[in-house]
Design a protein around this ligand. Sequence first.
Ligand SMILES: [Fe+2]
Length: 226
Amino acid sequence: MTDELEIVPKADHRVMGVDHAAFPTFDPAGTVRFYRDVLRFPVVHSICAAGWGPDKHPDFIHFFFDIGNDDRIAFFYYFGLKPYGDQTAPGDSWARLDHDTPQFFTNSRHLAIHVVDEEDLLEYRKRLDDSEWPVEMQVMHETIESIYTHDPNGYMIEITRALRPVTPQEDLDAAITIDALIDIAEGEDPSMDKLLERKAQLIVERAEAWERAQQHELAPEPVLVP
Ligand SMILES: [Fe+2]
C-alpha cells in the first residue's frame, strides 16, 4: 500500500455515444409532426441563425428532438432553399444532390459523437490532425464545442463536448420557436422574419397563461383548518 495517489491514465476509447445525428429537411412542418406529434419526441433545442459566409448562406433554423439517453436527432431547415437534384430519383433528400449543391448543405447531414470534456475533444483533434483526415473546423457553438472532418467516404463527422447544460428556459424557447415554424412553414415564402414575427405573437398569446401558472407555483400552500 502507498499513500501516493495513483495516476490512472485515461482510456484510449473516450467517446460516449451519439450526441446528435443531423439531417437537412425541406419539409419542417412534416418533420415536426412526425417526430414531435407522432413519436412524441420532445423538442429540446433550436438555433435560429441569419445567413453568413461566402456561400451566400441562407437564414436557417437548426432544431433538435430528444431521442432518449441524452441523444438527439436534429434537422436544418434553410429558408427559401429549393430541393437540389432530381427529386424523382431514388434515395432521400441528401442522396439526390447535384453538382451545384453548396458545401453547407452537404455538411448539414452528419453524425456527432459525444465526449465528456475539452481534454478528450483535443485528444481526438490530435488523432485526426496526425492523420490523412485533419480537423476541418473547430467551432464553439452556444452550448457545445465541436470538431469536424469528412471520413474517407465523404461523410461529415463531428465530435462534440457540452459547454454547459441546456436550461429549461431554452427548452421552452425551442418549443415556441418550433410552434411558430410549423405555423409559417406551409405558408407563402417562409422566412426568418416571418418566423420571428409569429414567435412574438405566440409569446404575447401565451404570456398570461404563464404568468398565472407562475403565480400558482409561488402561492403558499393552503392551510387545512381542522
Ligand atoms: Fe452537429
